[in-house]
Design a protein around this ligand. Structure first.
Ligand SMILES: Nc1ncnc2c1ncn2[C@@H]1O[C@H](COP(=O)(O)OP(=O)(O)OP(=O)(O)O)[C@@H](O)[C@H]1O
Length: 402
């Protein structure tokens, strides 16, 4: 079984190289593993190329490829995206191998790793043993789980006759505030290498609402779109989705619109889609977290004043996400104040579905940004983004050691 080690020396706090030399490589050796190739990434996009070259070089082996990956979610995405779209040749043509990742969290947020291995309470330092959990699973030959992919197609208006562009995500696909934060935080990365840059970028975008129309599509087995009901703490059929007519149309303005696959959090403590682990899905789905200001009983117009006043609600949602994902149970009282009591409307619409379509309002420039695992794309004017969750095939696809 070919074994490749890749690490990104500049991600997170730039300690991947020293951690691999001091801990990961010695542990692989003492665990009896022979590494075929060790590579440090040299530039954005390099990880994917290293993986594709390795897959081609080892085309004689029919089984799976194991990749010990020291990075954050962005480099993991590059590996998945590049291999998924590679034109493999020789024995590999049309038959990409199964790739099993052994993750060594080295990035800023490490969403997938911290979902699979929830970290100890805040304030505790993450020691080497914590960072080696996936490695230990690999050495012990224990469990692997498949990675669901969210495949987003960005379409241009039909008149341009351009080919749609596909984007693959293993963690998050978002628009609205989250996409704006990721876009702006990249500019701040140099001066703020830690998680603080996300908070600064959030402040910068807190008063923006986004105009778009959305279609929610059911998952294959569920057949209907599901929505979380805080009073029963279960998913129920969305009131506008049934087997006859399962597609749900919803309209903006939106303050928050984010879909996850595989994860219940985007940072160790930011549990934005907690139901992914509390009520685990049984098929490939997206968990969607939506905040629409007009769901509040006291918001009925879009003005600079209503936007400014709504910031408090948005922060309450995001703050509760940092407290064990408790935002999913927040409701409005009759005065529009947030509460956990009563039977007022939910502040957050938490949807479980097979996919969704985002059709931004042409005039709303910021509604055109889309984030896939941290990478930002711009949807063309009069274009749209269509996202669907896909389970891996039997002999190909991506897995992770847990
Ligand atoms: N040698 C390199 N020099 C500059 N950039 C690199 C290099 N190698 C990889 N990259 C880029 O570094 C970026 C950040 O990597 P990654 O997403 O893995 O970590 P992160 O952003 O720190 O963590 P997370 O995604 O968990 O928040 C990726 O977009 C990748 O393209």
């Amino acid at each position: 079984m070919p074994l490749l080690v890749i690490y990104n020396p500049v991600c997170g706090d730039s300690t991947a190289k020293s951690f691999f030399e001091a801990s990961v490589l010695p542990r692989l050796e003492s665990g009896g593993k022979v590494v075929d190739e060790i590579a440090a990434t040299e530039s954005p996009g390099h990880a994917g190329k290293i993986l594709v070259d390795f897959v081609q070089k080892h085309q004689g082996s029919s089984g799976e490829i194991v990749v010990v990956l020291g990075s954050g979610d962005g480099t993991l995405n590059e590996c998945i995206t590049t291999l998924s779209s590679a034109q493999l040749t020789g024995a590999r043509a049309g038959a990409p191998p199964r790739v099993v990742f052994v993750l060594v969290p080295s990035g800023t947020a490490n969403a997938l790793y911290s979902t699979l291995f929830p970290p100890p309470l805040e304030g505790t330092t993450l020691d080497a043993a914590y960072r080696l959990k996936s490695v230990e699973s690999f050495l012990a030959g224990s469990k692997t789980i498949p990675i669901t992919l969210a495949i987003t197609t960005l379409s241009s208006p039909p008149s341009t006759r351009k080919r749609p562009q596909a984007r693959i995500s293993a963690v998050v696909v978002s628009t609205c505030l989250h996409a704006s934060i990721l876009k702006d935080s990249e500019v701040l990365r140099k001066e703020m290498p830690g998680l603080d840059r996300f908070k600064v970028a959030a402040e910068q975008n807190s008063k923006t609402w986004y105009n778009s129309s959305v279609k929610l599509l059911p998952a294959a087995v569920a057949e209907v779109v599901q929505i979380y009901d805080p009073s029963t703490k279960t998913f129920v059929d969305h009131p506008e989705s049934d087997e006859e007519d399962p597609i749900v149309d919803i309209y903006g303005p939106f303050a928050y619109f984010l879909a996850t696959v595989n994860v219940d959090r985007l940072e160790p403590a930011f549990m934005i889609s907690p139901l992914a682990s509390q009520i685990p899905p049984t098929e490939a789905v997206c968990d969607l977290v939506i905040v629409r200001p007009f769901c509040s009983p006291i918001v009925s117009s879009d003005t600079p004043e209503t936007r400014a006043a709504f910031v408090k609600t948005l922060w309450a949602v995001l703050g509760a996400a940092y407290r064990n994902g408790s935002h999913v149970d927040l409701k409005y009282d009759a005065k529009g104040e947030i509460t956990t009591e009563g039977d007022g409307p939910s502040v957050v619409e938490y949807i479980r579905c097979g996919g969704w379509e985002w059709i931004p309002d042409d005039e709303d420039e910021k509604a055109h940004f889309l984030c896939n695992d941290g990478a930002i794309s711009t949807i063309e004017k009069e274009g749209r983004a269509v996202c669907s969750a896909a389970a891996p095939q039997d002999n190909s696809g991506f897995l992770v050691h847990v």
